[in-house]
Write a protein that binds this ligand. Sequence first.
Ligand SMILES: C[S@@+](CC[C@H](N)C(=O)[O-])C[C@H]1O[C@@H](n2cnc3c(N)ncnc32)[C@H](O)[C@@H]1O
Length: 273
Amino acid sequence: MSQQGSYQIKTIASNVEKEIDRLKGQVELFWDKELKHYIEFGLRDGISIVELGAGPGFVTEKIAEKFPNTKITAVEIEPLLVEYARKNLSLKGITQCEVIEGSIMDTGLEDNKYDLAITRLVLEHLPDPVNAVREVYRILKPGGRAIFVDNDFEMHIMTNPHIPELRDLYDAYCQSRYQEGGNPKIGRELPNILKNGGFTKVDFEIISAHSDIVGEELFSRSEGIGIPTKLVQDGFLSSKMLGKISISWRNMLKAEKHSIVRQLYMGIGEKVL
Ligand SMILES: C[S@@+](CC[C@H](N)C(=O)[O-])C[C@H]1O[C@@H](n2cnc3c(N)ncnc32)[C@H](O)[C@@H]1O
């Protein structure tokens, strides 16, 4: 299966293991807030769930632990991550999940099968997000809901004290992702993409993480140095700028009143027939 788009675990960062750990940090960072919204939009015990682009399966794991009577199908295109997710879920003794290798563009799953679909940090990496949404719509039951969670790098990390150089980092990141066919500012477009993908009943939320609430360690972990290092290696960011950003980040953390904020964008669609 050929993978297109701007997220390839083997090349997006300088180290695969650290990138997997960064993904885990990113799940932890938002989990409490995300869970509230997932429940608001239909997550409950006993239902059938599909997660598209599940990666190492950390969201799958959280849902399975909290709702042991759900049936979860996790779809992931990268074989290395399929293996990782299967192993990790089995080590945790989780048996209600099936991890399958496949693409969100053409899952091969039955029509009208799932109560809830979760697609987290995937659409922003795809060259054709509308057709991905169409496929998710197809496999949802009538009355089922789909939740898509993505970034918008116009509004990524904000800090106090402000670090102006972070703009250079996120501009470099966006350039790199756009070049590979992704859309790192897709957050604001989610309602429109969901409507074009077939959903008529659409909602939109912005969820946030704040260092005074979740602690600052999770921010450092979910940003990591692997992607910035790769941006330098690929010529999108100068090593001098990365050095400046690292110093400013450390100084920000030393400031007496410091804080870090980040948002994720959530588009929700219901399949109304
Ligand atoms: C940023 S990661 C997010 C992983 C996980 N959803 C999370 O929130 O931790 C994006 C994931 O989407 C997967 N992916 C990319 N294109 C895909 C496709 N066409 N079909 C299925 N998965 C895909 C990548 O391999 C990767 O695991």
